[in-house]
Design a protein around this ligand. Structure first.
Ligand code: PEP
Length: 248
């Protein structure tokens, strides 16, 4: 089995303020010893307010599928990189459901991210209804195919986040066994695009991760970290989640 360094991502969504920027950055800067990779994705306006520090990196929650031009309100991948982002979340379920992002739009956004040197954190996941109809694997395969089947070389530069919609913001975390089953499926699927890269791609779990359940999720073979929403808005909780993921 390959060693994959865990990655813990904070997705602040449209929350937070300068006070939280200070709390989170101060808490993370104070950490020492073996740490996982830590990525903070605040609203983009806060990116320049984070002090640069090797204990964490910064990411965005969304980007434009266009490189530049008359696209009012949009932010390009190049601009995000210039603002200090190294990663960008793409295809979060809130973007797919609330803003109508299709699989092909998500693929166009991944293309822009990679062209600007950003690592895409591609979110995939099924609804409760799709799970009940036993369509989980089919839905995930479609979401992954839309990005990687024509561009398998993108895989090695990507992070995948499995985020079942029924678990996001609901308190209904997937059990460690449920997460492992799906992550193993995702890794198998990734091997169809690039068998050499698949064992090294980090697959994160997202959906009501907190300081009480993170360690048991991270103990699963194919769970390589987490994408954390609500619990990332509390610096103490977020640090506890990070510390429950083994560093190098
Ligand atoms: C998310 O927003 O990606 C998420 C997983 O949220 P929460 O941790 O609040 O369920």
């Amino acid at each position: 089995m390959r060693q994959r360094k865990p990655l813990v991502v904070a997705n602040w969504k449209m929350n937070g303020d300068q006070h939280l920027v200070h709390q989170v950055s101060d808490s993370l800067v104070a950490l020492s010893g073996a740490l996982p990779d830590i990525l903070i994705c605040p609203p983009v306006i806060f990116l320049p307010n984070f002090p640069k520090h090797p204990n964490y990196r910064l990411g965005a929650q969304n980007l434009s599928e266009q490189p530049a031009g008359a696209f009012t309100g949009e932010i390009s991948a190049v601009m995000l990189a210039q603002a200090g982002a190294s990663h960008v979340i793409v295809g979060h379920s809130e973007r797919r459901t609330l803003y109508g992002e299709t699989n092909s739009l998500v693929a166009a956004k991944v293309a822009q991210a990679l062209a600007a040197g950003l690592t895409p954190v591609l979110c995939v996941g099924e609804t409760a209804a799709q799970r009940a109809e036993e369509k989980t694997f089919q839905v995930l395969a479609e979401q992954l195919d839309a990005v990687y089947s024509a561009q398998p070389q993108w895989l090695a530069a990507s992070v995948i986040a499995y985020e079942p919609l029924w678990a996001i913001g609901t308190g209904n975390t997937a059990t460690p066994a449920q997460a492992q089953q799906v992550h193993a499926f995702i890794r198998q699927q990734l091997a169809r695009y690039d068998a050499a890269a698949a064992p090294d791609v980090r697959i994160l779990y997202g959906g009501s991760v907190n300081a009480g359940n993170s360690a048991s999720l991270f103990a699963q073979t194919d769970v390589d970290g987490a994408l954390v929403g609500g619990a990332s808005l509390n610096a103490t909780d977020f640090v506890a989640i990070c510390l429950s993921a083994k560093g190098e």
